[in-house]
Ligand binder design. Sequence first.
Ligand code: FES
Length: 182
Amino acid sequence: MNDGDPELHTVPPNRRFDERQPQWRTDFPIDWPQDHYVARRDFTKFLCLTSFAFAVGQFTIAYQNWRRRRRGEPPIVKIADKGQLSIGAALVFHYPDEAEPCLLLRTGEDSFHAYSQKCTHLACAVTPQFDDDRLLCPCHKGYFDMSTGRPLAGPPRRPLPRITLKFRGDQIFAAGIERSTA
Ligand code: FES
C-alpha cells in the first residue's frame, strides 16, 4: 500500500534478499523505517495539539482581558508557574502595566501573596524578609506584614496594595488590585 513512499520501504543494511539475511535479523525483525515514521508522526501530532492548546489558552486570556477592559476592570496577566518559585522566594513582576513593579511571594507549599512593591510612604521599593514574615522598606525603615500587607512599623500608615491572585493548574495570574485605606 505504501509502495510509492520510499520512507516506508524496509531495506536491510546489507541490501541482500530476505532469505540471505542473518538468523538474528529474522528473529528480531525491527522495522526501523516504519518505527521512525510512526515516532515522527506521533511527535508531529503532539506538537500540533500542544500548539493548538497554547493558542486557545492565549486567545481566551486575550478575550477575557478585552472584556474586562471594556468593563473598566484590570486585566488578567500570567505572572509565573508555581514551580518557578521555591518556598521563601520572591519574584518581581509588573502589574497592571510596566510602570508598576510588584512582588510575588511564596510563603508555603500553597501559600502565595502578591503586593505592589512601592512603599505607601514615599514609594521606595520594599523587599521581603521571609525569616521575619515581613517586608522592609529600606528608605525610612518601614515594615509591612507579609501575610496581610499591613504596616507594622516606621512611617507607612497604609497597607501595601494587594494583587489579587488566581490559579489555573500550575499557573499563577494577577487579576486585580485591592487598595485598602485602613
Ligand atoms: S518610603 Fe518607605 S518608609 Fe519611607
